[in-house]
Design a protein around this ligand. Sequence first.
Ligand SMILES: [Fe+2]
Length: 258
Amino acid sequence: MLVDIHSHILPGIDDGAQDFDDTLALAEQAVREGITHIIATPHYRKLNWLNKKDEVLELTEQVQSFLDENNVNLKVYPSQEIHVTDHLIDELLDNKLLSLDPYDRYLLLEYPSRNLPKNYLETLSHVIDLGYTPVIAHVEKQAELFNNPSLLVELIEMGCLTQLTASSLLDPADGAKCLELLNQNLIHIIASDVHNLDSRNFHMKEAFELIEQHQSIDYVNYYINNSNQLINGEDIIIKDPKKIKMKKKRFFGLKWFN
Ligand SMILES: [Fe+2]
C-alpha cells in the first residue's frame, strides 16, 4: 500500500487537473508509480478557489466511479489543502473543513510562500487544542520555514507534522537542502502535490529511490508507514529531530546565538 496524501487530481476546481481526461492521465501515472491510495487535496480558500466540503465530497465520488469504469485501480479520498486564514478556527468549529483521514485527526494546512502570518503559532496551538494534528504542506516552499529549520523543530515539538514534496528532493537548486531536512528528522511525510504530468508530476518513485540511496530503506519505510498511519487516522510515531546547528548572529557588536 502506497499512499499519496497531497494531490490536485480532482478535475476543474483549482490549478491541478483541468478536466476528467487530465484526472485519468494523473490516476494512470499514480498507478505506474505504485500509488494505491491518493488523497485529493484541492486548494481551499487560496486565491479565488474555495472548494467547499460538500462539493469536494461529491466530485471525489464522481471521480472514483469514473476511475472504476476505466479500470484504474486507485482509491481516491476527499480532503482539502487548507490555506490558513483568519476563518480557520471558526470553520473547524462549524465542521466546514475536510481532514485527511476519516477520523478527523489530520489537517493539511498551507501557508503563504514568503511570510508566515504573525499569529501562526497561536493559531496552530488552537488547532491542536481542538484535537487536530496539523500537517504543514510542502515546508520547503515556505521561505521562513525552509531557511530556519529551528522553526520546524518548534512546530514539531508543538505537535505538528511536516510534509515535503517528492519532486523538491530532485530539484537541482533545493534538493540538497531538502535532503538535509530529512537527515535532521524534520520531515514526516513525502507526498507528490501533483498538479499535472508536465511541470508538477508525481516523482514519488524517484524520490524514494533517492532517499534509499542517501538515507536507507528504513527511512523509505518510515515515510511510507507514516502516510499509511495518517490515512487510517492512527498515531504516527516520529523520529526525534536532530540537533540543529545554531547560526551565529551579531548584535551590537556581540555574538549571540538563537
Ligand atoms: Fe498542493
